[in-house]
Design a protein around this ligand. Sequence first.
Ligand code: FES
Length: 106
Amino acid sequence: MDLTDTAWIDVCSVDEIDEGGMYEFQHGERRIVVYRLQDGLFATDNVCTHEFALLSEGWLENGTIECPLHGALFDVKTGQVERGPADCALKTYAVRTEGARVQCSI
Ligand code: FES
């Protein structure tokens, strides 16, 4: 087993995420969403840092995700808050493709 590879988990097929689309999944207790932007794949926690809402039910536009509950806006590449009411950044994850599979580093 390659120990440097143990943090990468298989998420989905590359063609399951259209450009401008999202793919949500759960890993243990953690809820994560992968976004496909024009310049690549990015991932953040799927739960808003303000209250409980799933960002995958919000709106992805211009590299930001808008929370469906109170409208907080996060940069999906950095997790940084672009607009409140949230004031804590989202955790981000590295994403890569291996062949036709999307993998996420947890
Ligand atoms: S729960 Fe996301 S902005 Fe309030």
